[in-house]
Ligand binder design. Structure first.
Ligand code: NAP
Ligand code: F7E
Length: 364
């Protein structure tokens, strides 16, 4: 059915009459069930969320950068299996006009705003572009929604990085923010913007304060994936060391497939609110290494080297969340344990690399 919807949308996009287009969308929406827009659909969370919403019968749309459309094999790796079931719109988070253009054409029930410069270390290297994308991008989304369809529900991807130098353990929705990076600061601004649109204009806007969540789809630069790929490379004899930064930092790590379900649940409530999503457990980077290496029968002490090159100018030492509100009000539960998460990531990277080396040997 959503494929039919996509065909309809493509046909209507040629039309110049915006209001008849909007009415047609409303009619197709009535026939087809809910329609959602995801920014950041090519990222880790966006891909899992798109799959989850499709499984619930949603018509799923995504915003992507125009350059990504020119390189689908390279830029759409996480959404390749669902490409024929979603509709993608080129837009830039740096341009209000491009975001407004989409909202003025298509009516959505729910909007999940996930796009961001999400790598904390990069935010120290280029704080200006992180602020620009993360703060202005969020403001553009909120302003365009208010202007065109204030009844559309919006989710904002907040982060445990907002707690930074933590003022309370564990961190909950009422814990004061003390961000420690340009990224954390940009997320606090996004959180305040989201709450302000809720309070000032009565819009249904909720923020998920999500603690670290990983998966085999995690970006390579994040420590969990750097470790799982490093372990696979060492196991296959491609390298003999893994250089990491602060090994004593501690994170509350969950699985992305579990966390996107909390995003969805937040937008199904009677009232908008903000929710911490976490496991309530914290583990050091060293413990992640220990489990990851032992998954393939190796001892991390033989391979891991601490390298100050990867230290950050200001570190968030320990994060541990209290997800009680999400559990009670949303009925949200995690399904993956920490050892299961680590094991899945290592096994996935090892299998992919083994397959690639077999292919290379056949080609050679
Ligand atoms: P991710 O894998 O890094 O994905 C980020 C997405 O944002 C990608 O689709 C990327 O598109 C898009 N994007 C980045 N800059 C953009 C720009 N200038 N214009 C348009 N799109 C842009 O991040 P994630 O792990 O899925 O996280 C999703 C959201 O949750 C982010 O806002 C992140 O800050 C937040 N968050 C993540 C975690 C976590 O542990 N994963 C925890 C708390 C909060 P391209 O593919 O074109 O680069
Ligand atoms: O670092 C330490 C590093 O880059 C985790 C993003 O999704 O979660 C993520 O941010 C910890 C830090 O994630 C290396 O110093 C040690 O203490 O995997 P990370 P992050 O900074 O926690 C939050 C919730 C978000 O919202 C963000 O978008 O690991 N660490 N050695 C290292 N980190 C990296 N990247 N590389 C290392 O070699």
């Amino acid at each position: 059915m959503s494929f039919g919807g996509n065909l309809l949308i493509r046909r209507l996009e040629g039309s110049s009459n915006a209001s008849s287009l909007k009415n047609c969308y409303r009619f197709s929406q009535y026939l087809m069930g809910k329609r959602a827009l995801i920014t950041g659909i090519t990222g880790q969370d966006g891909s899992y969320l798109a799959e989850h919403l499709l499984s619930l019968g949603y018509e799923v749309h995504g915003i992507v950068r125009r350059v990504a459309l020119e390189d689908p094999e390279g830029r759409f790796t996480r959404i390749l299996p669902i490409l024929d079931r979603i509709t993608l719109h080129p837009a830039s988070l740096e341009s209000y006009a491009s975001v407004f253009h989409i909202f003025s054409k298509i009516q959505f029930d729910e909007c999940y705003h996930l796009a961001a410069q999400s790598f904390v270390a990069e935010s120290f290297a280029d704080g200006f572009s992180t602020m620009n994308i993360n703060i202005n991008g969020t403001h553009f989304m909120l302003a365009a929604l208010r202007e065109t369809q204030p009844e559309c529900r919006m989710y904002f991807a907040g982060s445990s990085e907002m707690f930074g130098k933590v003022e309370e353990v564990p961190q909950r929705e009422t814990t004061r923010f003390h961000p420690r990076s340009p990224y954390g600061i940009s997320k606090v601004a996004g959180f305040d913007l989201t709450r302000n649109y809720r309070e000032a204009y009565g819009m249904f806007c909720s923020t998920g304060i999500l603690f670290n969540h990983e998966s085999p789809r995690r970006g390579h630069e994040f420590v969990s994936r750097k470790i799982s790929r490093g372990v696979a490379r060492i196991k296959l004899g491609l390298t003999d060391e893994l250089r990491l930064g602060n090994l004593q930092a501690s994170r509350d790590w969950g699985h992305a497939a579990d966390y996107v379900k909390a995003m969805y649940l937040m937008l199904q409530q009677d009232e908008p609110n903000d929710y911490v999503v976490a496991t309530g457990e914290t583990h050091t980077i060293l413990r992640f290494c220990e489990l990851a290496f032992s998954e393939v029968g190796l001892d991390y002490r033989d391979y891991v080297k601490e390298d100050p090159t990867f230290y950050r100018p200001a570190e968030v030492d320990v994060l541990i969340g209290d997800p009680s509100r999400a559990r009670v009000e949303l009925g949200w539960e995690q399904t993956y344990s920490f050892p299961e998460l680590v094991s899945e990531m290592v096994r996935s990277d090892l299998a992919a690399m083994e397959q690639r080396s077999k292919y290379d040997m056949q080609v050679a």
